[in-house]
Design a protein. Structure first.
Length: 202
């Protein structure tokens, strides 16, 4: 007696194997690329924000240290010189009394528009070394010294009548990852406490 097994049943005559078609792979790759672009853009924006914030903090700290040093000298100054050999309006010279005797010493503040720096030349307030030049502030777009009288009298027309000295700075810093620059404008006015208005250098 002869028996025969039935043939396997196939749908449409072919068996289907698991996998993705080319169209599915292309669509998935495109969607993944858009997602990655969005993620990378977010990280770049976060990096720019952090760098910009760091630049602002750095500029403010540098400006604060420079103004503190400048303010201490101006408040102690007994006289202000803006004529030769001083290169006004980019340079001023302050005459400071010495604490130990009746002699005086001079301190110069100079704005270098080429190097974009504000420097101080004179005795070092910490070590006492003479003729020490210290760069106080960098990346300066501009720096202005202005002479003023006390009260509402307005600007001073000469050194002898100067009771207040104003310093106005514009600092700029451009981040490596940022397109635009950060600008910080600082202005401060100080009184020459040891200077008697209308007096000249002895």
């Amino acid at each position: 007696m002869t028996t025969s097994a039935p043939e396997p049943f196939h749908i449409c005559g072919h068996s289907r194997k698991a996998g993705f078609t080319l169209a599915e792979v292309l669509i998935a790759s495109t969607i993944g690329a858009f997602i990655m672009i969005g993620v990378i853009s977010s990280f770049i924006m976060m990096g720019k924000s952090q760098v910009n914030a760091y630049n602002y903090v750095g500029m403010e700290a540098q400006a604060r240290r420079g103004l503190e040093r400048f303010g201490e000298d101006v408040r102690m100054a007994s006289y202000l010189t803006t004529t030769s050999p001083v290169r006004w309006p980019n340079e001023i010279q302050l005459t400071l009394p010495n604490a130990g005797d009746s002699s005086t010493t001079t301190v110069n503040y100079y704005y270098d528009s080429t190097a974009q720096t504000l420097s101080r030349t004179g005795p070092d307030p910490v070590t006492g070394a003479a003729n020490t030049t210290t760069v106080l502030i960098t990346n300066l777009l501009n720096c202005e010294f202005k002479r003023w009288q006390l009260g509402t009298s307005g600007p001073a027309s000469n050194d002898a009548g100067t009771d207040q000295l104003q310093l106005r700075l514009t600092i700029q810093n451009t981040a490596v990852t940022a397109v635009t620059a950060n600008n910080l404008v600082v202005s401060a006015r100080y009184v020459l406490r040891n200077h008697k208005s209308g007096t000249t250098l002895p």
